[in-house]
Design a protein around this ligand. Structure first.
Ligand SMILES: [Cu+2]
Length: 163
């Protein structure tokens, strides 16, 4: 009888060790990348430097990028973004101050949970394109580089369209 239990123990141990897999990594895919059309007026180039963040939102020479990050692996973090179409790119979150909708830079980027999706959408997180160098016309698309803590840089195309 003792022999039988010993055999069972050995078999269970063998089964357990064979189930151990390689350390999990993030498996990031980025979908439904889009931007609102923005007309950049030539006259506005190099004039006022508006520092009021709330007043910068979606007006003048600023644009936005929305997208969905899907992760089938372990947790990661979107650290920063970059695009040739603008001078500065920031990851923003929308917050409510009383009944006023404001936005601020997401401190330390954006956490991407393990086996979860993060949606950047109107009224939520978004990538802010500050000081656009050219107009974003409906039908255009442009490159956006997304830098993740573990997955490195991923380049996507944002499609310009009406919401
Ligand atoms: Cu913003």
């Amino acid at each position: 009888m003792a022999r039988f239990f010993l055999l069972c123990a050995i078999m269970m141990l063998a089964l357990f060790t064979s189930c151990q897999r390689a350390p999990e990594v993030p498996e990031i895919s980025i979908n439904e990348v889009w931007s609102r059309p923005v007309a950049v007026l030539a006259a506005s180039a190099g004039t006022s430097s508006d520092s009021g963040m709330a007043s910068m939102h979606h007006t003048g020479s600023n644009g936005v990028v929305y997208l969905i990050v899907e992760n089938r692996g372990s947790a990661d973090r979107l650290l920063r973004a970059h695009s040739e179409v603008c001078a500065v790119t920031e990851i923003h979150q929308t917050i409510m101050e009383g009944d006023r909708m404001m936005m601020q830079q997401a401190e330390g980027g954006l956490a991407i949970p393990a086996r979860g999706n993060v949606t950047l959408a109107p009224r939520g997180h978004h990538i802010m394109l500050i000081d656009l160098q050219r107009s974003l016309a409906a039908g255009d698309s442009f490159e956006v580089h997304l830098e993740f803590e573990k997955s490195g840089v991923k380049t996507v195309f944002s499609k310009v369209r009406q919401p």
